[in-house]
Write a new protein. Structure first.
Length: 75
């Protein structure tokens, strides 16, 4: 069970990083193709990426904590 949990946490970490990178690429290309849409907003075009990056970092921290806790050997 511990091995499965470690594999699952690593998969979640990798998946969240890949999704974040894909989202960054998509939003940047959309910004380059349609800059007039982003000029209407008062916030910069990358504000959504900052929020998504914060959540991605939170997910990674939680997964790393689970990996550390499950990786410890009982004494």
């Amino acid at each position: 069970m511990k091995r499965f949990l470690q594999i699952a946490m690593r998969a979640v970490i990798i998946a969240s990083i890949v999704v974040f990178i894909g989202s960054c690429i998509y939003q940047y290309t959309d910004y380059k193709q349609h800059p007039e849409i982003y000029m209407l907003n008062s916030a910069p075009w990358y504000t959504g990426l900052l929020i998504q990056g914060a959540f991605t970092l939170l997910i990674i921290i939680v997964c790393v904590v689970v990996l550390v806790v499950t990786g410890r050997k009982k004494q």
